[in-house]
Unconditional design. Structure first.
Length: 691
């Protein structure tokens, strides 16, 4: 797969992990799309321009240390000595948990694994979590509750192309992962029905056979209504319910109250559309239900996903050929990033950190006394919100994340980060969070390191380096190795990703996400390897749940869930809903894509999307500067008039910092199970910025 000047690898951005070929000529790296089962030769504009950042003038090439209030160049020895001595001092003055670690869903499997181990073994802190908590945690928790296993898609993406009926809930794939559209085109060409649930008529919704446009925060009621209709019309798979599930009686009693006329009043979705949707789902042979952030980023995100899983189970979909429920993971390694120990409550192999057997297994692989491993920490937002407080961490090491832009209630999070005694950020660009650091450690980019990623299908992929990082930049594994050594942990933190992956395989063996049979050679020889794969000589698992689920009795657990109002509903002072999301040309907090010329020109700044009727009521013209205010903050951005959005709702993308930072407004109410913040709905007031 590599001849020095040409490597086959994958896009650095989203969870589709499109196949691409990198070529080097005269020290210039170029990107070409590559045939791969997920993207089938397609790339979006983010993937096409991914190499533009490799030699970007703002690329960090030397460590930076804050002196006299300014970040100034330093040697690695100066930077790492300062980091190690300050960590030791803070842990001596307070305790080991006074140092926190914050990771990211874009880190490779090897780095995710090493970071979790570094926190527990080198720092002995329980305070580690990562930005994937803001992405996948609700679907993950619901998947574990129902199926005993959380794998985004428990079937290959190709199944989508042959679905008779496909229901997308809160998923704008046309903008977030455009090559996915090839599967939608296949599905349409075969006469399939596409139904999209979204408060906006997104480019994805505009392709749909049927678009349900609910009030933000009411997806759960829609799911319960669909199950109500299927139940009353006798459309359920009774044999499947009896043989493969538990808990249906409770669910049946609950959904009995979700009669369509009531749900129409609650959601704004007409009864006829609910009925048409239920019948299309029940009438197809191959039927797939997919959720994404629109359904999941709520303070009731776990229950909302559970409601759609209940619907899928009642129709007998999971495990049926060409059918099932799945979640569309967002970040590049959103799946792998949550399997190897970055989460506050997890050890590698998707093991629970408070499970004595899990601690014994992982402690054995790590060569440490299991009793010495810290217990569970708190979730990402709770961790950020505790920074610098009397009981909270006083220092933080942050890898591959930019919470100043991406966290909810970002103004408060920024103040918390500022209140730290010591902040270390490892990144390849000076993100808004890195700009606040005491020490910035320059890291390799995706084309400069080997490793593995796990895409939205649970398919483990190889990332191949085509060159070394520029200047003095190092890989994250080299940084962790050097830091661990300075902290007195001589062994256990190799800088070689192949060695780390070998240990990861042993640590994951026997766990839910079992990589024991996955080798780099096997990945290269095929189009990746699907976990679980416990044996190098045995098969991998492209499709799950055909015979049994991952629960102790092998049956899926149905759980009755009730709709409840959003944590914050519109009122006299804040009369509109705000929902946030993504645009085609930007990715996540924008640290990378805002610096790519073509992407910046395509999407140069934040905006406030509002319906022309609302604009008329407010006396606002297209392009006019608006102030949007919530109980947590205020932002300013130009108006973008569009009849694609409901007249009671405004939309802002969250990729920008400064005056247009949408997350200054968002609500930090958390889901009680996943601890997912309510990014997708809060109450705001909109006014012309200049009166
Ligand atoms: Fe990269 Fe995702 Fe675009 Fe594919 S769809 S090129 S993985 S950003």
């Amino acid at each position: 797969m590599t001849d020095g000047d040409r490597v086959e690898t994958h896009c650095p951005y989203c969870a589709l992990q499109c196949g691409m070929t990198l070529r080097r000529a005269d020290d210039l790296i170029s990107v070409e799309p590559r045939e791969f089962p997920t993207n089938r030769g397609g790339l979006c504009q983010k993937g096409w321009t991914a190499a533009d950042l490799l030699d970007h003038p703002e690329r960090l090439r030397t460590p930076l240390v804050r002196r006299d209030g300014e970040l100034q160049p330093a040697t690695w020895d100066e930077a790492l000595t300062l980091v190690a001595s300050t960590i030791k001092s803070i842990q001596r003055r307070y305790d080991e948990n006074a140092v926190a670690v914050f990771g990211g869903g874009g880190l490779t499997n090897e780095k995710s694994y090493a970071l979790g181990k570094f926190a527990r073994v080198a720092l002995r802190t329980r305070n580690i979590d990562y930005n994937g908590r803001f992405c996948m945690s609700s679907a993950a928790a619901a998947g574990i509750r129902a199926f005993g296993i959380d794998r985004g898609l428990p079937f290959p993406l190709e199944d989508v192309g042959s679905a008779d009926t496909l229901l997308l809930v809160g998923a704008n794939v046309a903008e977030t992962m455009p090559p996915f559209g090839r599967w939608l085109a296949d599905q349409k060409a075969r006469g399939g029905t596409l139904i999209v649930v979204d408060p906006r008529a997104t480019p994805t919704a505009k392709q749909a056979t049927l678009h349900l446009q609910p009030t933000p925060g009411t997806d759960l009621a829609i799911a319960n209504a669909l199950l109500h209709i299927a139940l009353t019309e006798g459309l359920l798979d009774k044999d499947y319910l009896a043989e493969r599930t538990t808990g249906f009686d409770d669910v049946r009693r609950t959904v009995a109250n979700y009669w369509p006329a009531r749900v129409e009043r609650l959601t704004g979705v007409p009864v006829a559309d609910l009925e048409r949707t239920a019948r299309a789902l029940a009438g197809g042979e191959r039927v797939i239900i997919l959720t994404a952030r629109g359904a999941e980023q709520h303070a009731k995100g776990v229950d909302t996903v559970t409601a759609f899983i209940n619907l899928a189970l009642a129709l007998g979909l999971p495990g049926r050929p060409g059918s099932g429920y799945g979640c569309l993971t967002g970040q590049g390694n959103g799946q792998g990033g949550r399997e190897h120990g970055q989460k506050a409550d997890q050890l590698p192999g998707y093991r629970k950190i408070d499970d004595p057997a899990a601690r014994a297994h992982v402690g054995g692989v790590w060569g440490v006394d299991p009793a010495s491993l810290p217990g569970p920490g708190v979730s990402a937002y709770e961790l950020l919100d505790a920074l610098g407080t009397e009981a909270g961490p006083k220092a933080m090491l942050l890898f591959g994340s930019n919470p100043v832009v991406s966290a909810p209630r970002a103004g408060r999070v920024t103040e918390r980060i500022r209140s730290l005694e010591f902040l270390v950020v490892a990144d390849f660009l000076l993100s808004e969070t890195a700009a606040l650091a005491d020490v910035v450690l320059p890291t390799a980019m995706w084309a400069e390191e080997d490793g593995t990623m796990t895409n939205l299908e649970g398919r483990v992929l190889r990332r191949h380096a085509i060159r070394r990082p520029p200047g003095q930049a190092r890989t994250d594994l080299e940084i962790l190795h050097d830091l661990a050594t300075r902290l007195g942990t001589e062994r256990g933190f190799p800088a070689d990703p192949a060695e780390v992956f070998g240990e990861l395989r042993r640590a994951s063996a026997g766990g839910v996400a079992d990589y024991a049979g996955v080798t780099w050679e096997r990945i290269d020889a095929h189009d990746g390897v699907f976990w679980p794969c416990p044996d190098t000589d045995g098969p991998d698992t492209p499709r799950m749940f055909a015979e049994r689920f991952g629960t102790p009795d092998g049956r899926a657990r149905m759980v009755a869930v009730e709709h409840r109002a959003a944590a914050e509903e519109p009122c006299a002072d804040y009369p509109l809903y705000l929902t946030t999301g993504r645009v085609l040309a930007q990715y996540q907090s924008g640290t990378q894509t805002r610096r790519v010329g073509a992407l910046r020109r395509a999407a140069p700044h934040a905006f406030v999307e509002l319906h022309p009727d609302l604009a008329a009521r407010l006396g606002v013209a297209d392009g006019e500067s608006l102030t949007v205010t919530s109980r947590r903050g205020e932002v300013t951005a130009p108006a973008r008039l569009s009849d694609a959005i409901r007249a009671d709702t405004v939309f802002m993308p969250f990729h920008w910092a400064g005056a247009g930072r949408a997350n200054s407004l968002t609500n930090d109410a958390l889901d009680p199970t996943s601890r997912m913040p309510e990014f997708k709905v809060c109450a705001v007031r909109v006014e012309r910025a200049f009166g």
